[in-house]
Design a protein around this ligand. Structure first.
Ligand SMILES: Nc1ncnc2c1ncn2[C@@H]1O[C@H](COP(=O)(O)OP(=O)(O)OP(=O)(O)O)[C@@H](O)[C@H]1O
Ligand SMILES: [Mg+2]
Length: 236
């Protein structure tokens, strides 16, 4: 593909020295060093409601893990209703999670390489409005077991917690969840409801919070332009 026709992608413009990259590095570091709940190799990235920045955070976190932490990393798009990973990484949507779940393709056969060393992705495959019926725990378990053989870190982009069941079905089969909160936009009561939903599954799976959009909700003198995070339970 010629350079002119190459699709725009966060892989090209993510600045590893930016404040948000530093925050995401710190989040990965803290997850690694947390004694809470054992190994955290498969992580869900979710939020309370729509459009809080789950997909962008998952995409940037995966780049950070592969580039900076030198981890063999896979990002899987399990948001079958509003898939984004293919757009963010400039990859085709087709052949992905939906094809594994509905047509029995192996996860290995739908892995796509990215331009970044050690970073691969599995895109959604197609848009499915009935995702909760299609995503079953046993299938997710099989995908994770197969992929853990090839990757040190597996990040899963998902729909939000409050409106649909998919993230909780996924979390049953994953080691932990990172919650993205859009500062200044999502109401505290809604975040509380989402945290309660997470706690009903397993409290020890709640590994971190990413606060997105801080520039809109914090005074100008804060250093971060876009992201900050606080580790464990700061979303109260
Ligand atoms: N920190 C940010 N700065 C600027 N734009 C942002 C930031 N975070 C997210 N956005 C923009 O907000 C929109 C929603 O982001 P994103 O798709 O990552 O959210 P999402 O939570 O995955 O949404 P959905 O619920 O649709 O899956 C996108 O257009 C994205 O580019
Ligand atoms: Mg998304």
């Amino acid at each position: 593909m010629s350079a002119a026709r190459k699709k725009a992608s966060v892989l090209d413009f993510y600045d590893m020295e930016s404040p948000e990259a530093t925050e995401l590095r710190r989040l990965l570091h803290n997850i690694d060093n947390s004694a809470n709940g054992g190994e955290k190799r498969t992580l869900l990235v979710t939020s309370s409601v729509l459009s809080e920045g789950k997909s962008i955070i998952a995409a940037l976190l995966a780049i950070t893990a592969a580039r900076h932490k030198k981890r063999k990393t896979l990002l899987i798009d399990f948001d079958l209703r509003r898939p984004m990973v293919h757009k963010l990484y400039g990859l085709p949507l087709e052949k992905g999670v939906a094809d594994i779940l509905l047509d029995g393709l192996s996860a290995r056969s739908v892995i796509k390489n990215t331009s970044i060393e050690r970073l691969d992705a599995i895109t959604a495959g197609r848009v499915l409005s009935n995702a909760s019926e299609v995503i079953d725990g046993a299938a997710v378990h099989r995908i994770m077991e197969e992929m853990k053989f090839y990757y040190e870190l597996i990040l899963v982009d998902s729909p939000p917690l409050v409106p649909v069941m998919d993230p909780l079905i996924l979390l049953d089969e994953l080691d932990g969840a990172i919650m993205v909160i859009k500062a200044g936009a999502t109401q505290k009561s809604v975040v509380s409801r989402a945290c309660n939903l997470l706690a009903t599954v397993r409290k020890d799976k709640f590994v971190g919070v990413v606060v997105n959009n801080l520039n809109r909700s914090l005074p100008y003198y804060y250093d971060y332009n876009y992201y900050g995070y606080s580790y464990k339970g700061a979303a109260k």
